[in-house]
Design a protein around this ligand. Structure first.
Ligand SMILES: Cc1ncc(COP(=O)(O)O)c(C=O)c1O
Length: 447
């Protein structure tokens, strides 16, 4: 083991060997602790983004550069989550910074159209042939909400089918998805009238999906699916499963919506290019904003034409910051860097990491199954295989959260649920650093 490759956290010197990961985290992040204590006075739980909270409190990061971030105590870590997969070029990529700076001096926003949205729409159509027309929004949440509205308006139907473990943002339909297909859709604050329009099927399970959907086929507006479950555990769809969904939606007169808010980063033509299945609508976000807020949805011209303001009435979709020049300038600069070769290289590097991790866990007493598609991966502490969200729920998630804190301590920014991704500034050195940190974390746990 080459422990020198792992950047040691200087604050750790004060912490007793053998301390629990959470104790070491608290001891080594005094600046984050102080900020969080201040934050709880003004923000519920000190938080505005449920998905980034973890016990005992989240890390506060002051700056990022390439694939590294520095926390408010001055400790640098390698960022293996990249703002939940959105910073595919890493932090503050020079071309993205240049594009944003230039655009900030030209036009930040205005109550007019702008050329950047025309250009971005053309770039997306080139990469995603299923997208004939596209519209921009400010988040993936808005993108999926509007794709659902478009599907309902186009079909005149109401029911939306989704999959357990799917994540589509934080609007009412999206948060209606329970983790377990036996639970009713819905959640705190979601009216039952809304939750009743959502049905949830098990991912990658042809027969069970048919059983769930069959009673609702006449009212089915859309099947909304991530071609690779992202937040649900980086679980790639089986190709036959997506083909089955395509056939089912065609036969029932409903629309197939691919949520590629995360999945678009798995290939030059997104996940749909890899699977060779053509959706009716696609939702996008994250990497197409180059690190700034963005959302987009697009697809078949006859569906998207509902939004044409020359219609009477059109399907309305306002938004003060839709197609805002700053996000699109950052996004265009990002896409310009992402050639087919970039995706191939990033995937190869990710495979090196996942196979190294698989070996490390196999040599330890902890069962693990590492899932991967493109530059996305997820460590699941279970024997596997991990084919659906039920398998994720059955894994040792408390231990994964412990491992997450240990990795933070050894210089790796990762997620408590085990999801990670690579970014283009990474090389074999960062892969080795992740492996070394994992090796140290596993060794510390050993009796
Ligand atoms: C697949 C998927 N869809 C939608 C969203 C929501 O995007 P946003 O966080 O930009 O609202 C996310 C966010 O992680 C996502 O992973």
């Amino acid at each position: 083991m080459d422990a020198s490759r792992v950047r040691k956290n200087p604050a750790m010197a004060k912490v007793t060997t053998g301390a629990q990961p959470s104790e070491r985290f608290e001891a080594s992040t005094p600046g984050s602790h102080a900020l969080w204590q201040r934050a709880v006075g003004s923000l519920p739980g000190g938080n505005s983004r449920t998905t980034i909270f973890h016990d005992p409190y989240p890390l506060y990061v002051a700056h990022g550069n390439g694939c590294r971030v520095t926390d408010v105590d001055g400790v640098e870590r390698i960022d293996f989550i990249s703002n939940y997969t959105s910073l595919i070029l890493g932090h503050c990529h020079p071309r993205v910074v240049e594009a944003v700076q230039l655009q900030a001096t030209r036009l930040m926003s205005s109550a007019t159209a702008n050329e950047l949205e025309v250009e971005m729409a053309e770039r997306l159509r080139e990469r995603l042939p299923s997208v004939e027309l596209v519209r921009f929004a400010n988040s993936g949440t808005e993108a999926t909400m509007l794709a659902i509205r478009a599907a309902r308006a186009f079909t005149g139907r109401t029911t939306i089918a989704t999959f357990a473990g799917g994540y589509h943002g934080s609007h009412d339909y999206a948060v209606s998805i329970p983790a377990d297909t036996r639970a009713r859709p819905g959640g705190m604050g979601v009216p039952s009238a809304v939750a009743d329009t959502v049905v949830v099927a098990p991912f990658n399970d042809h027969d069970a999906t048919l059983t769930v959907l069959e009673p609702r086929l006449d009212d089915l507006a859309a099947v909304v699916v991530e071609p690779v479950l992202g937040a649900g555990g980086v679980i790639p769809a089986e190709p036959e499963f997506l083909r089955f969904l395509r056939e089912l939606t065609d036969a029932s007169g409903s629309l197939l919506v691919f949520d590629e808010v995360i999945a678009f980063r798995v290939g030059y033509h997104g996940a749909q290019g890899r699977y060779d299945v053509t959706p009716d609508l696609t939702t996008l976000g994250k990497i197409i904003g180059g690190g700034l807020p963005v959302g987009a949805f697009g697809g078949r011209a006859e569906v998207m034409a509902l939004f044409d303001p020359r219609r009477d009435p059109p399907l309305a979709h306002g938004g003060t910051f839709n197609g805002n020049p700053l996000s699109l300038a950052a996004g265009l600069a990002t896409l310009a860097e992402l050639t087919p070769a970039t995706f191939t290289e990033l995937e190869a590097l990710t495979s090196e990491l996942t196979s190294e991790l698989a070996t490390l866990f196999a040599d330890s007493d902890i069962a693990a199954c590492i899932t991967q598609l493109g530059s996305l991966f997820n460590i699941h502490l279970t024997d596997g295989p991990v084919l659906s969200h039920a398998d994720v729920v059955a894994s040792d998630r408390p231990l994964m959260r412990e491992l997450h804190l240990a990795l933070l301590d050894h210089g790796i920014l990762f997620t408590p649920r085990g999801m990670g991704c690579l970014s283009t500034p990474m090389t074999r050195a960062e892969v080795d650093a992740f492996a070394d940190a994992t090796r140290l974390a596993l060794a510390e746990r050993a009796p």
